[in-house]
Design a protein around this ligand. Structure first.
Ligand code: GAL
Length: 657
């Protein structure tokens, strides 16, 4: 009997086997049949020798399939299955449809392992009989087993035999009987169907009448997975003992990309290794089923341990004792969510993919007289740990309730533990009465003329009038404005507060006191009158790297990068580091994929590995803001950030971006 593996052990073995396999292949040695059973799976190839549109690239699907087939051919597999819609069909041209089917099958058939097919809806354009014949099927629903996967039964359902997304009574009866037999035989059953059953697993489209099928799954604990396609966005949900997995559609994978998976049957769990856009997951089977993400899914809903989308916007991370803590703005629904109704939300994770809700770390106050009264603006919270005092210190951008963005203050709170509760200490305008490092006589002399600025107002965006005045001198006595911000702790334990100041026109980098609770009065001005927001900083190989945005409120703009030999500068501009396009909103580097930077995260245990974190704001429904995390790729004097739908930390092992 196979012993029960410890959590994570299979994943380690899984990754290790990949390395072993690569070594074996490279050496040309034969494969020891020590491996676990596994199959390849691809959904919605939807090939068609015709123009695409609306995100669907019918013609390009052949190339994407070719890449997938090549990868799968290099893997030990027991079978490969396609989940329907192998072609899109050309309704007015039966001959062209037949040709499309032949072309796509000729690529698919390069696989030497047994191949199985699911019937979808588009592929029926080839004619049911012709399709079944070419797929080598007598009937569109059937069951099969494979020799190396003893104890597993695979069931293919036809989602259309009583109409679009409807299963016939005879098929249901057959399905019941098949499940009964598997249950009696003590087998585990994986079901394949073109259509998903649950909205939670396929947001946009799924089986029209799922109830009877769900009831059968409920009645048969032997059923462990329902694997589907059709909804090209893909998805996942756990319902009772069944993992509902919807694969992303190959037809909508990015150009030159792909989307398919290898699923390993690891005894008490299924290990999905996604390729291209398809995510990777570990799905634990049995009485206490669970799913663990093994990849980042940019722009998607990121469920926490309760299945709720992570609510930590404009966030930052802290690593302490093997755990990452993520702090961010807790938003509520609608436009109302653009001000703080709740406070700062904290989450924890050991792997960066799976996050546990740690509750509200700093709560806004019910007292309307408090600085942090409910409905104040409390943005971009960041937390750092002070080794000298043993305290966790949070700074954030604060605007008083109902006063717009005029106050431009920094709030500070402190806690004894990483998840709080944080006690609010005070807010301030930083560096009152202090001149920046190297301030010129001219800058200081501007103090004499600040009276002339009385009554003048400045917008927070690029504004030709701002440089005509010295905002620095205007705010000398009362403290400098501080809006978008981040914190950075250097190797020597010195901490810095980096914020958009002087009506957003100029960044300030300001040293904190040893206890991190105040500003030390030493600061520099960076990128004068260049309107930077959303600053994020990291340190690599003795140099300081920065990413910022321009100032266009919630609307996205192009990111900017910079590097410096010292935190104090000189800071050298590197231009826009972003490459690639977010296929979900079709926004590329010119709009930072629809996002705005918030943090640069050093990945623990990996040399030179940093993640750029961005927010995709949704100001009309703030709670639905999404997250985009991408690896930094350092090259010579600069770095790039390339869009990826889905990726994992293994990306840092590869040389290329
Ligand atoms: C953005 C800023 C956000 C928020 C927003 C309000 O530019 O980065 O943190 O302040 O403006 O419009």
């Amino acid at each position: 009997m196979r012993r029960r593996a410890k959590p994570g052990e299979h994943v380690k073995q899984f990754l290790h086997r990949g390395v072993l396999l690569a070594a074996l292949l490279a050496s040309g040695a034969g494969l020891a049949e020590e491996r676990l059973p596994a199959f390849g799976v691809v959904a919605d190839i939807q090939y068609g020798d015709k123009a695409g549109g609306d995100g669907r690239d019918y013609r390009g699907s052949l190339g994407r399939l070719e890449r997938g087939v090549e990868t799968l051919r290099a893997q030990p597999l027991d079978f490969v299955i396609q989940l329907g819609d192998v072609i899109d069909g050309q309704p007015t041209n039966a001959a062209a449809t037949a040709q499309d089917l032949d072309a796509v099958l000729s690529v698919f058939n390069r696989l030497s392992v047994p191949k199985y097919h699911v019937v979808g809806n588009h592929c029926l354009n080839a004619g049911t009989n012709a399709l079944l014949q070419k797929l080598g099927l007598e009937r569109a629903y059937y069951a099969f087993a494979v020799p190396r996967a003893a104890g597993w039964r695979f069931v293919v359902l036809d989602g259309n035999d009583a109409g679009y997304g409807v299963v016939s009574e005879p098929q249901l009866a057959w399905f019941r009987q098949t499940l009964d037999q598997a249950q009696q035989a003590g087998e585990k059953v994986i079901c394949f169907c073109h259509f998903a059953l649950l909205q939670a697993a396929a947001e946009h489209d799924r089986m029209a009448q799922p109830e009877a099928l769900l009831k059968l799954l409920d009645e048969h604990p032997c059923a462990v997975a329902w694997i589907a396609g059709h909804d090209h966005a893909g998805g996942y949900a756990l319902r009772r003992q069944v993992h509902h997995l919807t694969l992303r559609g190959l037809v909508e994978a990015p150009t030159n990309g792909t989307a398919f998976a290898r699923i390993e049957l690891a005894g008490d769990r299924l290990l999905e290794r996604g390729y291209g856009s398809e995510p990777s997951r570990e799905m634990v089977l049995g009485a206490e089923p669970s799913m663990r993400r093994l990849s980042f899914e940019n722009g998607r809903v990121w469920p926490d341990n309760h299945g709720v989308h992570i609510n930590a916007h404009g966030g930052g991370l802290l690593f302490r004792d093997g755990v990452y803590y993520w702090y961010g703005e807790h938003k509520v629904e609608g436009k109302a969510g653009n001000v703080a109704h709740v406070g700062v939300h904290a989450y924890s994770s050991r792997d960066l993919y799976n996050w546990k809700d740690e509750g509200i770390a700093l709560r806004v106050s019910d007292d309307p007289a408090s600085d942090i009264a409910k409905e104040c603006v409390l943005e971009r919270p960041k937390v750092i740990y002070n080794a000298k005092t043993g305290k966790y210190v949070m700074w954030f951008h604060l605007e008083y309730k109902g006063k717009g963005y005029g106050a431009a203050r920094s709030g500070v709170a402190v806690a004894d533990g990483p998840t709080g509760p944080f006690a609010y200490l005070r807010s301030e305008r930083p560096d009152a009465g202090a001149w920046p490092v190297g301030a010129s006589d001219e800058q200081k002399a501007a103090l004499q003329t600040v009276g002339e600025m009385k009554g003048l107002t400045f917008s927070g965006g690029p504004n030709p009038d701002t440089p005509k005045h010295s905002i620095l001198a205007r705010d000398f006595a009362g403290g400098q404005m501080a809006r978008d911000m981040t914190l950075f702790v250097d190797d020597d334990g010195q901490a810095y507060h980096i914020f958009s100041s002087e009506e957003n026109s100029t960044l300030h980098i300001s040293q904190l006191t040893d206890d991190y609770l105040s500003h030390a009065g030493k600061y520099v001005r960076v990128f004068e009158h260049q309107w930077n927001e959303a600053p994020a900083i990291c340190k690599r190989q003795g140099r300081y790297w920065m990413i910022t945005s321009g100032c266009t409120g919630w609307a996205p703009n192009a990111a900017r990068a910079a590097v410096a030999p010292s935190i104090w500068g000189p800071w050298k501009e590197l231009g826009n580091p972003c490459l690639g396009v977010n296929p979900m909103n079709r926004l590329g580097a010119e709009k930072t994929y629809g996002g705005q930077s918030t943090y640069l995260l050093p990945v623990q245990g990996r040399k030179d590995a940093f993640i750029a974190m961005f927010d995709l704001w949704r100001p009309d429904n703030a709670i639905d803001g999404r997250y985009v995390w991408l690896p930094l790729h350092f090259e010579g004097e600069g770095f790039t950030v390339t869009w990826r739908d889905t990726w994992d930390l293994g990306a840092f092992d590869a040389a290329a971006p």
